[in-house]
Write a protein that binds this ligand. Sequence first.
Ligand code: NAD
Ligand code: LMR
Length: 329
Amino acid sequence: MSTTITITGAGGQIGYALLFRIAAGEMLGPGEKIRLRLLEIPQGLGAAEGAALELQDGAFDLLEHVEVTDDAAVGFDGCNVALLVGARPRGPGMERADLLAANAGIFGPQGTAIAENAAADVRVTVVGNPANTNALIAASAAEGVPVERFTALTRLDENRARAQLAQVLEKPVSSIRFVPIWGNHSATQFPDVSHATVDGRPVLDALAERVGDVRRWLDETFIPRVAKRGAEIIEVRGSSSVASAASATIDHVRDWVLGTKECTSAGVVSRGEYGVPEGLVSSFPVNFVDGNWRIVEGLEIDDWSRARIDASVAELIEERDAVRALGML
Ligand code: NAD
Ligand code: LMR
């Protein structure tokens, strides 16, 4: 048995950062054979074909087969894990929502192709921005595929949040736990430290010793730093994050398929949990158990947090309404 993994935009930057780590077994573990399908548009085929040659030269024990195609029916044929990366990235001065019209047209047809061609157990992770709303579009177009099979990547935001806390607390990242992201993968997201721990101790207590007025530090330093990190990377490196995005994608899929005891973050379809309107793809605190995600329920949300979650959810509603108005939903 082997797992068939489809990567759209495989000829692009994130695709290149993903392929070799997947082939080395970092996503599904060292015992799982892999078949890769690299789906591109015609202009991207050369880069994807070049990557396929390099995959061959990597002589990866786990890699059984690589196929490069610009035909979605071939690309998603028998696919168990779909990574929807292919989309236009934003440049300096743009917000991710500016990509809505440019990228929304990609995800409906891909959702349909997944429904028609993928394996019954397909698990889809949308990376291409705006990721939450693209996941909503793909899920809506994938008739017959349970919406639970579609997720949007917000693990990068969580990784950024944990890394920022580790830095200010001068602790290893591994000591920081339970830092869920709520809402949209955008500047309105809410990285939530209210239940976070460092070495088992409340992060809020540890922060009080370091930064004094914790609420003020969260509002003025931490939340903007995490929420605008994508823009910071674009400004500093001249194009959007690549290796960290690929790494977070691997973390997300590994946890989804193999399970984790940790509370982590993913954009998943709301059933009305925590007052998020049903049907929106919002980031929530989740657990991955037995190959499925579950929203962590029963967390206490104070008024300060509620306002920040609501603001991000309001943006998701706006994005949904905008794609509806474009006739893409
Ligand atoms: P890139 O421009 O280097 O690569 C994108 C690739 O997608 C190109 O090779 C292009 O030919 C291909 N493509 C375009 N339309 C396609 C289609 N319909 N089917 C298949 N392939 C298609 O961009 P990148 O740096 O790899 O970024 C890809 C996307 O990921 C962007 O939307 C970016 O904003 C997003 N991103 C998301 C996160 C996140 O955390 N969710 C993080 C970083 C980047
Ligand atoms: C990121 O968070 O780095 C990506 O979503 C790219 C971007 O546009 O910010």
